[in-house]
Design a protein around this ligand. Structure first.
Ligand SMILES: *[C@@H]1O[C@H](CO)[C@@H](O)[C@H](O)[C@H]1NC(C)=O
Ligand SMILES: *[C@@H]1O[C@H](CO)[C@@H](O)[C@H](O)[C@H]1NC(C)=O
Ligand SMILES: *[C@@H]1O[C@H](CO)[C@@H](O)[C@H](O)[C@H]1NC(C)=O
Ligand SMILES: *[C@@H]1O[C@H](CO)[C@@H](O)[C@H](O)[C@H]1NC(C)=O
Ligand SMILES: *[C@@H]1O[C@H](CO)[C@@H](O)[C@H](O)[C@H]1NC(C)=O
Ligand SMILES: *[C@@H]1O[C@H](CO)[C@@H](O)[C@H](O)[C@H]1NC(C)=O
Length: 435
């Protein structure tokens, strides 16, 4: 923490002392970006509603003014760069749909999958620490390029390598409205298609993905939203958050770690075989791997604690959302999310919520294209309590006690308390955006 504090205080100072160097570097890198984007734009005939803009906070600063006033950067569109920052099985597919349904948003579902795949395959000989830093750097590069609508950049990571900017291997393409409708896809889809659990319908009906067309589609939308479960901590996003070319809005989605674990055990049965045995027998196998859930909890807590300190680089850019609150009252929570984003919640979003949550009071706890086709409004966000042995629950509570306390999830002391759904383990909490 002291180190982070030091960084924060030093950020401004460093800029004062050597802003010329910074400016020079920024100029150089913007120059490269500019050339790249102009080349891209020149090759596109689609409308360009400004992939770049300078944040207003930089306009008052004479050091940035020269850059910001450049005509290619100034535009009227308050383009938002939205990041749904989540963890595996925390309800991010469902939450992502709240963004995907907005007609003005270009939504991409977990593009960092490709980066992780590429690194996993190529770098087994690299040292772990180097690995992690390089991986996070590559994540940020890809996010920045996607936010500025350069979808060609992802080609570096897709396997097999795309030919002529066309690929059949784009991860979870069917989850992105923009990648499965005109101009990217010639066929106009009925809304029903997007609600099918089958992941292959979009490539089947639209053919291979032309990434040039995808870039055009991105440029024609007002905003870009990306969902990822691969960035460990919000502090890893600081570079992007401070980037003057972006107006980053981070929606940090969290969920009760006991629910996350239950959902992972059910979805990834092979990987979680030891946990299944533990759940069935009530006895912990010696070889069960506790590190994954532990680091999930640590990452969630670290991000939440960072946000609670309200660092300048998160002001106006960070909202904590508990999935349980969203599941309990999707309409109200979605409204809150859109208010934070500074966007209208379009009728399409409302309609989608009404249709996919069956009633206006509860969202299905396991909503996901791939693993669940039923939208049973009776399954609540707390249904995990009927699916996890008390012995496991007790262990997770011990491993994650700080996280539970921080986010307002109550621990249970007995199996009876665990199974008694008439008292909720989700404490009432209000999480305001960081201001
Ligand atoms: C990595 O290896 C896996 C399994 O061998 C393969 O399915 C995947 O396509 C590879 N990915 C890349 C980017 O090479
Ligand atoms: C992809 O789309 C672009 C823009 O319409 C087009 O020029 C290009 O020929 C397409 N690529 C292929 C392989 O069809
Ligand atoms: C939604 O809420 C309203 C008012 O609270 C209620 O009248 C209506 O029946 C609810 N709709 C569903 C589908 O449960
Ligand atoms: C744990 O075991 C119970 C029965 O003992 C079962 O109903 C439940 O589905 C299991 N949970 C998981 C996550 O496999
Ligand atoms: C979590 O557990 C540790 C070790 O048992 C303890 O020191 C700490 O006070 C606990 N934290 C909370 C918030 O309960
Ligand atoms: C379940 O919890 C409620 C509220 O705490 C309590 O009134 C009730 O007696 C409990 N039921 C059982 C079966 O323990």
């Amino acid at each position: 923490m002291p180190q982070r504090e030091g960084c924060r205080a030093g950020g401004g100072g460093r800029m004062e002392c050597s802003w010329k160097t910074v400016l020079l570097l920024v100029c150089a890198s913007l120059g490269v970006q500019y050339t790249a984007i102009r080349t891209l734009r020149d090759s596109l005939s689609g409308p360009c509603r400004g992939a770049y803009r300078c944040q207003s906070r930089y306009h008052g600063d004479s050091r940035w003014a020269a850059l910001c006033d450049d005509s290619w950067m100034s535009n009227d569109s308050p383009r938002k760069h939205i990041l749904l920052f989540a963890t595996t099985r925390s309800g991010s597919s469902f939450t992502g749909q709240l963004l995907n349904q907005h007609p003005g948003i270009f939504y991409v579902f977990e593009p960092l999958y490709h980066v992780q795949q590429a690194f996993t395959n190529s770098s087994s000989r690299m040292r772990r620490s180097l690995d992690r830093r390089a991986l996070l750097g590559a994540y940020r590069d890809l996010l920045l390029n996607l936010y500025t609508c350069d979808l060609h950049f992802v080609e570096n990571y897709i396997h097999p390598e795309p030919q002529d900017h066309v690929t059949s291997s784009f991860f979870r393409r069917s989850s992105s409205h923009a990648l499965c409708s005109p101009p990217v896809c010639l066929e106009r889809m009925d809304a029903v298609a997007f609600d099918t659990p089958d992941e292959s319908w979009c490539p089947k009906r639209c053919g291979a993905l032309n990434l040039t067309l995808a870039s055009m589609s991105c440029l024609s939308k007002e905003h870009v939203a990306i969902k990822t479960v691969r960035v460990p901590e919000v502090a890893d996003l600081r570079t992007l958050s401070e980037d003057p070319r972006l107006d980053l809005k981070i929606i940090h989605l969290v969920r009760d770690p006991r629910a996350i674990l239950t959902s992972r055990i059910m979805a990834f049965a092979d990987q979680f075989r030891a946990w299944k045995i533990w759940n069935a027998t009530g006895r912990q196998p010696r070889y069960v791997d506790l590190t994954q859930i532990t680091s999930t909890c640590e990452d969630m807590a670290a991000s939440t604690e960072t946000a609670l300190q309200r660092p300048a680089w998160l002001r106006g850019r960070y909202l904590l959302v508990r999935y349980e609150d969203l599941a309990l009252d999707p309409k109200a929570k979605a409204t809150e999310i859109y208010r934070f984003l500074g966007l209208e919640m379009e009728e399409k979003v409302r309609a989608w919520i009404a249709k996919n949550t069956n009633s206006n009071v509860s969202a299905p706890s396991e909503w996901n294209y791939r693993y669940s086709t039923t939208r049973d409004s009776k399954t609540t966000a707390e249904s995990w309590r009927l699916r996890l042995g008390f012995d496991i629950v007790r262990t997770v509570q011990k491993l994650c006690n700080e996280t539970l306390a921080l986010l307002g999830y109550r621990p249970v002391c007995s199996a009876a308390e665990l199974r008694n759904l008439s008292h909720s383990l989700v404490e009432h909490r209000t999480f305001q955006p960081v201001t």
